[in-house]
Design a protein around this ligand. Sequence first.
Ligand code: AMP
Length: 443
Amino acid sequence: MRVYKTIAAFRAARRKLTGTLGFVPTMGYLHEGHMELVRRARAENDAVAVSIFVNPTQFGPNDDLSRYPRDLQRDVAMLRKERVDMLFTTTPEEMYPPGFDTWVEVKGVTDRLEGEARPGHFRGVATVVCKLFNIVRPTRAYFGQKDAQQCVAVRKMTRELDMDLNVVVVPTVREPDGLAMSSRNVYLTETSERQAALCLYNALSLAQSMYAQGERDAASIRRAMTELIQREPLARLDYVSVAHPDTLAELERIEGAALASLAVRIGDKVRLIDNALLGPGMRQKGEGGRKPSRKLTTFQINDLGARFVVAELTARGLVAVPTSRRTAGADVIVRELDGSAEAYLKVKASLKSPRLWPMSPAERCLKGPGTYYVFLRRPAGRSDTFEAFMATGDEVARAVAEGVLPRKDKTGGKPFMHWALPSDEGAVKALRARWETWRPGKA
Ligand code: AMP
């Protein structure tokens, strides 16, 4: 990987390139989120360029420019490992020489949310991204869904200013417990703050689960998210939004997809943002050949959904499920019953050494890699809580043998690949009785 410290040096090298060039603009202090963008660029292009530039014009007077974390040496090593070809990293003076006075402003979609909370932020972003595009001249540029409003603004800018490149948006990469990766997470120095920061993810998961259960009133979702954040003593809500994913206009009713997003201050030094799409990420599907009962719904849950479960379990100190970023595809069946909901979820613990977060008394439920089943129960009248326990495949087999759980093998081979709901109330009652007597460590 060659490192270029001036615009002229980068340009000279760029002119010699043939083929496609993928570009990942960053502010450095790289983490797995950035690396996912880099890997995607690597997979889709002949060459890859990354920029590291802490852009002063996108920071406001009250922002954290002077203390923004930096570690160029470490960043360079990480990029080399991913076979990045070119790194462009230069100084504010080179990017903004004296007398600089040309700005790119994307109006409309930047008026609210981050734009409102951080005046001038998106003018700085659009200007630097435009400059970087002119310097790098990429075929494709990669941005993270983590900064959803930035993605919308950059897309709009490239479209309206006829920039000849594709903007690729990469899903948010999260810590095992759901916290979105961010360079700013290093500010979460206290364990209590790190724990409190999970409330963003929990609020988004709640929004997703409400949507999944048919809630389409955006105000109800915003209210529930707000209440969840307000219950966290170390958190101060900046904004919460359920908006149209393209216009970012606040919604009343969710007709198609929606973008749930929020900004929260944790303690007095850290401001975090996160978002989740409601709708397409949580595809509803029919329940195979079975005729669904009135209130029966099957969900194919996505990564976020699976992580929601992990967060719920962890919050309860019950158990943490080993997760990787590959938990997509777990099956959940939710059934409304007497005003409460029952959910069965299958999570595969396929990592060689299961990662626990944090270690809990129920840790011994995890006997190593394998398939574990998580049983969830939503207490009546609560939309934000699950009770849960986890069982190994053997224990589930026993439950099936006892008739507590139905065996239904739609794939014609592996048992438990697909679960059906107990078809009669008796089986549900028996399952419930098991939950009633279950305690962590006894499972
Ligand atoms: P930054 O260095 O914070 O300016 O981020 C550079 C790029 O990485 C932006 O496009 C971000 O949206 C993206 N990014 C940051 N965090 C994540 C994450 N957790 N998952 C995916 N992309 C991310």
